[in-house]
Design a binder for this molecule. Sequence first.
Ligand code: YSA
Length: 339
Amino acid sequence: MDKLEQIKIAAEREIKDASNLKSLEDLRIKYLGRSGELTMILRSLADMSLEEKKIVGPKAQALRMELDSMITEKNKKLSERKRSVLDVSRPGKKIKIGHLHPLSIVEKEIVDIFRSMSFSVIDGGPEVETEYYNFDALNIPKNHPAREMHDTFWLEKLGNKNERLLLRTHTSPMQIRYMETHKPPFQIIVPGRVFRYEATDASHEINFSQIECLMVGKDVNLSNFKFIIEEFFARLFKKKLTVRLRPSYFPFVEPGLEVDIQCVKCGGKGCNICKDSGWLEVMGAGMVHPNVLKAGGYDPREYQGFAFGVGPERIAMLKYNIPDIRMFYGGDLRFINQF
Ligand code: YSA
């Protein structure tokens, strides 16, 4: 009985003082293990007289249960403490964070440059557009050959509406939508997604993006346009580039222009990017046609403006030397992770 009392006092104190799981386990083995002090007493019951057994047996069993539950309790406490201790010496876990798609990077850069030149950024517009906004209001009459330049995804008519619907082939419909609801002077850019029903190749996608620009006021002219785009390309490519304006045809502008920049790779000497011409064709532009101003609700004798549409995919290809436009939408992480 004395021995049991000694074990009880010592074990209770030692379990209470155990400071970690390892020393607690050592105590369990010391007292309750196969050759533990209390286990030995329990085993020795077999050699005791009946009288002794009756006294020692229940006490030893009770002590065994008491120590067992003390150890379990202490184990719980130490485990909780272990979990909450910050071990600053452990190696850190690398957190995988996402990043912007290369196209988003370039679009954001373009938008930021125009914003810094006091242009307002107008969100979106409908991707499912009416024939009126995509063509008619932009001075592209029905059966006009210019419509063939835009291979169109036509949509099935819903209900009995007369209007034909399509996936917009360019962001220019937003010119009309904006003019209908705003008064000049203003200067805006409108980024958006457009769709063309055409064969894909290294520089053509069926689903791509454009950024539309429109500046309207009483005396907005082509030299304003030239200044703005020279400034834009210098900031985008971080060097001064010669800009060339060539006469071109878009029904919604007069005069219409094709804008070329000096090749960003060879500086104009001729290389594989510019196909030895020294120039890169980067956008369609012009002075807004009087019929388009009228469709927007303006008097063309009072207001005039310039507009252009640029393709961010083509700009991103030049900036990052990307050989094929289809890489942007291919979902190949080996490509995406390089940015
Ligand atoms: C012209 C004059 C304005 O006053 C305003 C806007 C415009 C642009 C006109 N709406 C338009 O869509 N012209 S465009 O057919 O030559 O396309 C403009 C730009 O979109 C191109 O310079 C090119 O960068 C891009 N693009 C055209 N087709 C594409 C394409 N990008 C990828 N895949 C295609 N299939």
